[in-house]
Design a protein around this ligand. Structure first.
Ligand code: GLN
Length: 274
């Protein structure tokens, strides 16, 4: 009888724990604020700015642009990806709940700078210009700006871009390098790579310039697209925090270094690229 009672107690307990979502690890929860549609109009920055001040209570707020698989993307109404996996580890280290807020890429740095989010994580490349606005963590990935074209395109490399219409996501390093170094390219700036991809598929533009792993995800969506071998630029990813927030910067760096050393970042990348 005692045994039976114990068994029932065990079953009830495990049910309760399962219902609580995995043994009460609160750092695993997240509340994406934006609409689940990757092409939704980007009023998300407003949603972010109406949030409570950063780091109030037990929340750690991450600002991102969730149209950038494998780093951040929607799985149903959840935002998941390599950056989210890293951020969960940081939140766990701090004993906080991670909240992921989706917005336009260009809104991330102003949001972090205004203290409306604790950090930005968006496959964001370290640039000198951005370093003047925010502090960057250690690097956790190396990327390239690559060209995606239709298989039958006459564009075979960066040298063929002259006179062509090229789509980029507004404010990204792809946008900046084309504007600076390719004056005879007609730039078409999009709020979402998703819309640039649609225009490329429908031949409204000739190419897009995007980071290499997101490019691999993009070519998976259409068998008529290819990634060209020669890149425009090599860049390094980091998270960013408000200038002078050394306490958070140190914590993130500590967790990030551990994840790099343990090979976790590679693991996360593989698991989100499958
Ligand atoms: N790595 C690029 C940048 O930092 C693109 C990032 C993104 O579009 N999420 O500008």
């Amino acid at each position: 009888m005692k045994k039976k009672l114990g068994l029932i107690l065990f079953l009830v307990l495990s049910l309760v724990l399962t219902a609580c979502g995995g043994a009460g690890n609160s750092s695993q929860s997240q509340e994406p604020v934006a609409s689940a549609s990757p092409s939704a109009p980007a009023s998300e920055a407003e949603a972010a700015s109406s949030e409570a001040p950063a780091a109030s209570g037990g929340e750690l707020i991450m600002a991102t642009e969730a149209g950038f698989a494998p780093y951040e993307y929607y799985s149903g109404s959840d935002i998941v990806g390599v950056d989210v996996d890293i951020a969960k580890e940081i939140a766990a280290e701090m004993g906080k709940t991670l909240k992921v807020v989706d917005m336009e890429f260009g809104a991330i740095i102003p949001t972090v700078d205004a203290g409306k989010a604790d950090f930005g994580a968006a496959g964001m490349s370290i640039t000198e210009e951005r370093k003047e606005q925010v502090d960057f963590t250690i690097e956790y990935a190396t990327s390239k700006q690559v060209i995606v074209v239709a298989k039958d395109s006459a564009i075979k490399g960066p040298a063929d871009l002259g006179g062509k219409t090229v789509g980029v996501q507004l404010g990204t390093t792809g946008d900046l390098v084309l504007a600076d170094e390719y004056p005879d390219v007609t730039l078409k700036q999009y709020n979402k790579f998703f819309d640039a991809t649609n225009d490329l598929i429908n031949k409204r533009i000739d190419a897009i310039v995007v980071d290499s792993l997101p490019a691999q995800e993009i070519v998976k969506t259409s068998e008529n697209l290819v990634i060209l071998d020669e890149e425009l630029l090599i860049d390094k990813y980091a998270f960013c925090v408000k200038k002078g927030n050394t306490e958070l910067l140190d914590t993130i760096n500590k967790v990030m270094q551990r994840l790099v050393d343990e090979g976790k970042i590679d693991e996360y990348t593989l698991s989100h690229s499958a």
